[in-house]
Design a protein around this ligand. Structure first.
Ligand code: ATP
Ligand code: MG
Length: 564
């Protein structure tokens, strides 16, 4: 059979198993720890796990890996479910690793009875030292040869709460000289007198990741347990537990985690940004969290397309942030209605236009989608244009407005600047111009051309709004890399947020508001503000005080800067 080159390595593995009849259908899982909000790296894992199952007619479970009671919270459980659903995926079932605590305990007892696990009284430090190094074998614990009876008794008393935190652990009895350090009697259980967000005070011993994860996969009959590369050295241990217990043979496969430049992706660091007030919250539009991207105006499609586009790698790499933005631009270009909005307004008065007259001009909602139709935009004698679109005396290449030069006002007329008014400091307060009534709609009957087209808003009809402009949260490409004595916080970009308080919008934007999407999740309404970029309503927005976020610019401004 001809090899299908477009399959990624996971698809090859899955198809191979399906062809051989190793399994009839596949079952994957997405296993977040509910200790923070999901970020774009998790989106990659979600798209992969749910995407593969979908492609091969299988299913995906959502499993909360809640074995670490201290840092976990139901707030995170709720946000994780919302984010997965918003991305467009549905799980077959939702489970919690804590649902399996009893089964995991029973299996630990099985291992003790088989002489494959023991209670160790050494301190954490002694255990660490005893493990040896990559080049030196470890040393057997003095408690390693306890009798099965003694181990059963001690483990039961651990569960009953007879011992203090840190005084005992349960370890798998494998090989203290094993070349793979993960197999040098790894810890299975620790004592932790902590309240768990689901099991409360029922347990005071908690399973370690390595013991809980594979067994949870096996309980659910997961066929493909997909995780990131750093777990490849854990795979032999994953297999060892399943083999010794003789339970459903789930298998682990590793792929390269998603890394993106100019951002950090560890939940610990993201939590620090939130807790210490560097951002307004987990959904701050500058955050690489899924809820941050949602608030920023990203669409689920744009994130899914990005994840698809970057593919599945077996080796670590760093993806350019620009690819994520491009994915958003591609999608919004197709779906975002066009509007006119002036960010930094200056008055433009058309001296020869009748005072008190308003005419309605026809504007196209989206040239990429005829079905979006047209709208009427009011035009009058006094308008706002962008301050940056005017220069008194401009160089030749300045294709916008300047004294004596003619430009087109979008959907309206040709105008020529005649004079300016200034305040005491010399700032321009008003530009006077004349218009050519024959150019209505934007073309001159005599065929004369203009170089520039400006967006504008009728002053008397304008809606006021606040617009939040964002730049990268970090100023350096690899924010995790900080010089000695500094941290990733020193790499924050001090200018990542700029708030424009005096923006003027065309009236069609007056009722812009947050919407509830077809999955019942609140998200912004998204627009293209002509020439200015893609924008969306913020959840702080009210009819009395409209607030918009800039999602991204129209083109990749960074590429331009770096090209000089
Ligand atoms: P972090 O280090 O950011 O806290 P984590 O791996 O501890 O992340 P989990 O909640 O344990 O977070 O992750 C759930 C799933 O998402 C795991 O299967 C994990 O491998 C995957 N995942 C986490 N980060 C990434 C990433 N950057 N790229 C791809 N998958 C990821
Ligand atoms: Mg983790």
């Amino acid at each position: 059979m001809e090899e299908n080159l477009s399959l990624n390595f996971l698809e090859e593995i899955i198809e191979d198993g399906l062809n051989k009849g190793t399994y009839k259908s596949i079952l994957t899982r997405f296993p977040p720890e509910p200790n923070g909000y999901l970020h774009i790296g998790h989106a990659k894992s979600i798209c992969l796990n749910f995407g593969l199952a979908k492609k091969y007619g299988g299913k995906t479970n959502l499993r909360f890996d809640d074995t670490n009671p201290v840092k976990e919270d139901t707030e995170y459980v709720d946000s994780i479910q919302q984010d997965i659903r918003w991305l467009g995926f549905d799980w077959a079932a939702v489970y919690y690793a804590s649902d399996y605590f009893e089964q995991l305990y029973e299996w630990a007892v099985v291992l003790i009875k088989k002489g494959l696990a023991y209670v160790d009284d050494q301190t954490q430090e002694e255990i660490r030292l005893g493990r040896g190094t990559v080049t030196e074998p470890g040393k057997n614990s003095p408690y390693r040869n306890r009798s099965i009876e003694e181990n059963l008794d001690l483990f039961e008393r651990m569960r009953k709460g007879e011992f203090e935190d840190g005084t005992k652990v349960l370890r798998a009895k494998i090989d203290m000289a094993h070349p793979n350090m993960q197999l040098r009697d790894p810890i299975m259980y620790r004592i932790l007198h902590a309240n768990h967000h689901r099991t409360g005070d029922k347990w005071c011993i908690y399973p370690m990741y390595d013991y809980a994860h594979g067994q949870s996969d096996s309980i659910e009959h997961i066929t493909h347990s997909i995780c990131t590369l750093e777990f490849d050295i854990h795979r032999p241990l994953y297999d060892w537990f399943i083999e010794q217990l003789g339970i459903f043979p789930s298998h682990q496969y590793e792929f390269a985690r998603l890394n993106i430049n100019y951002t950090v992706m560890s939940k610990r660091k993201l939590l620090q940004l939130v807790k210490e007030g560097y951002v307004s919250g987990w959904d701050d539009p500058r955050m690489p969290t899924i809820c941050g991207f949602r608030r920023r105006g990203y669409t689920p499609e744009s994130i899914r397309n990005f994840c698809e586009d970057i593919g599945v790698a077996k080796r670590d790499n760093i993806i350019d942030y620009v690819r994520l933005e491009n994915s958003l631009r591609d999608h919004l270009n197709k779906v975002a209605p066009r509007r006119m909005a002036v960010m930094n307004p200056v008055k433009l008065v058309i001296d020869n236009y009748p005072e008190g007259q308003t005419e309605m001009l026809t504007a196209i909602n989206n040239p990429e989608n005829e079905a979006d139709g047209t709208r009427q935009v009011p035009f009058s004698r006094e308008l706002y244009i962008e301050r940056e679109d005017f220069m008194e005396e401009a160089p030749k290449k300045f294709f916008r407005l300047s004294l004596g030069r003619e430009v087109r006002l979008r959907y309206a007329y040709f105008v020529t600047a005649q004079s300016v008014e200034k305040d005491a400091e010399g700032n321009i307060t008003c530009i006077h111009c004349t218009y050519d009534p024959a150019t209505r709609g934007g073309d001159a009957p005599d065929g004369r051309k203009v170089k520039g087209t400006l967006h504008w808003v009728s002053a008397q009809h304008a809606i006021d709004a606040e617009v939040r402009m964002f730049d990268r949260l970090f100023a350096t490409e690899a924010p995790d890399e900080a010089p000695e004595g500094k941290t990733f916080l020193d790499n924050l970009n001090p200018d990542s947020l700029q708030v424009l308080k005096n923006c003027k919008l065309e009236p069609a934007l007056a009722d812009a508001h947050m919407v509830v999407n077809d999955r019942g999740i609140e998200e912004p309404q998204r627009f293209q503000f002509e020439r200015m970029g893609y924008f969306c309503t913020d959840r702080d927005s009210t009819p009395e005080h409209l607030v918009f976020n800039r999602s991204c610019s129209l083109k990749d401004t960074w590429a331009k800067i770096s090209q000089g």
